[in-house]
Each structure stands twice: as C-alpha cells, then as structure tokens.
Ligand binder design. Structure first.
Ligand code: PD2
Ligand code: ZN
Length: 297
C-alpha cells in the first residue's frame, strides 16, 4: 500500500474497495489505516463513507440496467432493516409486558444488548422439560441445496418448538416481540439446543450468504435473518459462553438472561461472527429465536 499521507481521496477509496473486495476482514483494513496514522474514528468514518457510496453506486447501476457487477455482491452489503430493543431511558430497567428485565450492557456496533431476567426460572425449566424428549443432532444449512446437514462445526442437539405452540411459548414470543418492537410473525420457531461436555458451535454467522445457491429457499421464506435472540435456560458448571472473536467479547451463559444482536448487513463487515464455546462441565441449554425481515410462515 502506498503511504497514506501521500494518498488522495480517490486513491484511499480505491484502496479500501480493493481490500474489501479481496475479502480482507474489515478489522484488518481498519488496523492498516490506523497503522498509517488515521485515528480509529477517522478510519471507521472513511470505511463507512466509501462502502456506503459504493453500495449506492451499485444500486444505481442496477437500476440503470448496466449491472456489470454480480447482483449478489451488492446484496450482501444491502443495509438490513432490523429490530431495535426498547430503550430504558436513563435507568437500566424495563417493564416488558409481564416482566422486569435489566439491561446488563449495550453495544452500538454491532447492535447488541444483554438482558438479565428475561425468562423466569419456571419458564426456563418448562422449555427444557418439554424439549428433552424430542432432541436430535443439530444441523447446519447445506449451502449447495438449501436443505440441512450435520456438521462438525455444530455438535449440539436440538429441537424446534412450534410458534405459539403452548401458552408459555406464546407468552415468551409476545415478550420478545414487545421488547424488540418486531412483529411476532417475523420470528422463526424457537430452537432449543443442548450442549454436553465438549460440544460447541464453532464461529459462524447466523445470516445466510445471498450469493450461495442454497440460500434461495431460505430467503424466499421470510427474507434474510436480521437479528438473533439467545435465551440461556441454565447456567453451565463451566464453559459454554457465547463468544464474538471480532469484538474480543465473551458473554457467559446465565440462566434467564437473553442476548440480542442484530446484523446491519449479511456480510462479515457486520462484525457478528460468534461461537457457542465448548461446555467443560455440566450441560448447557439455550433457546434461540431468529428474527427475519418479513413474515416467516
Ligand atoms: O449456544 C450458543 O451460545 C450459540 C452461539 C452462537 C448458539 C448459536 N450461535 C446459534 O444457535 O446460532
Ligand atoms: Zn449463531
């Protein structure tokens, strides 16, 4: 890379686009900019401006019918309309329909909030008891066919709970919809997952890559995923945190807590790479609700 000091705006723009299009992680591009003297704020501002302008350019090209770049590339960078949790105002407590929920922390990019006491002990226990009998090995989406397949990346077992299938499920789903101000119909069925010792979900994104052929059936039913809502149903004896390698953040699994995070686009620049860390003692139970752009019938 040429010396940044000697680069004009156009060269800087070209360089940022080259790094991004070659698949370089945005954090790496940001650190290279910082290493060459830009403050973190200026580096982040330059990246955001360049990528947003490029996105606009791609959209305009598409509209003008001169789509010389593959459609799907623009699709991954398309800004997603996503849920925004209720605000607590100046405190950290929220009344969500029937429960007092406490905000433990909030992050701006990616948008993430950890809630304490989202589920009662009785709700956690009921979800575990009603799922225990119907667990099977967890699967991942098959990017070639759009079906599902087992994977060494995800070694838990799980089950899906029909939307509004019991009064408890319906109550929890209404609470999620109210907290996130997002239609209940735009939520997938809750998945309950169990991890035994050594089981994990290796780093992954929860959205699908629109460029891959297997993503079409997934996207046709409700559009892209825009956010994840993870509810911890027990506190494992050791291990089992949810970790975000790009953020250096590790969220411990604590019974009743819920972790929300949203993706501003279906691309690694959303900084939502995350993993379910291996359980090292006891077992871990979670319930996950993924939110879609549109109704998920
Ligand atoms: O179990 C978890 O903590 C976890 C972490 C990341 C679950 C998922 N992702 C998932 O089911 O997508
Ligand atoms: Zn995940």
């Amino acid at each position: 890379m040429a010396n940044l000091d000697l680069m004009n705006d156009g060269e800087l723009r070209r360089w940022i686009l080259e790094q991004t299009e070659s698949g370089q992680h945005p954090d790496q591009t940001l650190s290279e900019l910082a290493a060459r003297g830009l403050t973190p704020e200026a580096a982040s501002e330059a990246m955001t401006r360049v990528l947003e302008e490029r996105l606009l350019e791609l959209r305009n090209q598409k509209r003008a019918g001169e789509n010389s770049v593959p459609d799907d590339h623009a699709d991954a960078l398309r800004p997603l309309h996503r849920p925004e949790p209720l605000s607590t105002g100046s405190g950290n407590l929220l009344r969500v329909i029937d429960r007092d929920v406490r905000v433990v922390f909030r992050l701006e990019r990616p948008r993430m909030v950890l809630f304490e006491g989202f589920l009662s002990n009785a709700e956690c226990e009921e979800l575990i008891t009603s799922s225990r009998r119907q667990m099977s090995s967890s699967q991942v989406i098959d990017i070639d066919t759009g079906g599902e397949k087992p994977s060494d990346e995800r070694t838990s077992s799980g089950t899906a709970l029909a939307r509004e299938g019991t009064p408890t499920i319906a109550r929890i789903e209404r609470r999620i919809a109210a907290l996130l101000n997002w239609p209940l119909q735009n939520g997938e069925a809750i998945q309950v997952l169990r991890y035994d010792i050594g089981q994990e979900y290796k780093p992954h994104y929860d959205f699908v890559d629109p460029a891959l052929p297997g993503s079409s059936p997934f996207l046709q039913r409700g559009g892209q995923r825009v956010a994840s809502f993870l509810m911890y149903l027990n506190t494992p004896n050791a291990g089992g945190s949810t970790s975000f390698p790009d953020l250096g953040l590790d969220v411990p699994a604590v019974k009743g807590n819920a972790l929300f995070f949203a993706y501003d686009c279906a691309h690694p620049s959303s900084r939502t790479l995350h993993a379910g860390m291996p359980v090292s003692a006891g077992e871990k139970w979670i319930a996950t609700k993924w939110l879609r752009e549109n109704a998920h019938a």
